[in-house]
Design a protein around this ligand. Structure first.
Ligand code: 5GP
Length: 191
């Protein structure tokens, strides 16, 4: 019988570089990862593809899915809803894939309550100044949203003790290597 895959949660403040780190290790065949595509009511950013980066839905569609119990977890973040489709996660784990969720802290809390052995990793920036530079560098959002994301980041950083591992993104390649080692250790313990 196929051994059920792990559930891996990757969190960190908006702009910390989760996406860049993730690209470094997500396709490593040894890690047998599958990326869980979230549902969101946020507007699509230039370059984002529906069904690849997110499933972009209306508030009504999101609320319906959430109220029907179709989401493993969900949260409101800076005025928009985000959530993880449960069925897809379960299907992939049953196939033996290690499912990677890139979600914020409230969502991680819900996952921990449901899946006690989830592997949770939080990525921190080298400094808050560095984080601000990155968020502004992305240049896709108005000032008030930038401010909101920064305030949210400070709040999120207070919750890092809930995570099993904290990795600093001083260098995305190094951070990705550290995460690779952590996942491999968990895989070895999960046989
Ligand atoms: P962004 O709008 O920058 O893509 O994402 C905003 C925040 O929502 C990020 O911290 C991201 O990790 C988080 N996020 C993305 N998908 C989900 C999800 O399905 N559930 C939860 N709880 N957070 C998510």
């Amino acid at each position: 019988m196929t051994k059920k895959g792990l559930l891996i949660v990757l969190s960190g403040p908006s702009g910390v570089g989760k996406g860049t780190i993730l690209k470094e290790f997500v396709n490593d065949p040894d890690l047998k990862l599958a990326y869980s595509v979230s549902m969101t009511t946020r507007k699509q950013r230039p370059g984002e593809v529906d069904g690849v980066n997110y499933h972009f839905v209306t508030r009504e569609e999101f609320e319906r899915a959430r109220d029907n119990g179709e989401l493993l977890e969900s949260a409101e973040f800076v005025g928009n809803y985000y959530g993880t489709p449960l069925k897809e996660v379960e299907k992939l784990r049953a196939e033996g894939r290690n499912v990677l969720l890139e979600i914020e802290v409230q969502g991680c809390q819900q996952v921990r309550e449901k899946v006690a052995d989830a592997l949770t990793i939080f990525i921190v920036p080298p400094s808050m100044e560095d984080l601000e530079k990155r968020i502004r560098g992305r240049n896709t959002e108005p000032e008030e949203i930038v401010q909101e994301r920064l305030a949210k980041a400070s709040k999120e950083m207070e919750l890092i003790s809930q995570y099993k591992y904290v990795v600093c993104n001083d260098d995305p390649k190094l951070a990705a290597d550290i995460i690779r080692v952590i996942i491999k250790r968990y895989m070895a313990a999960n046989v």
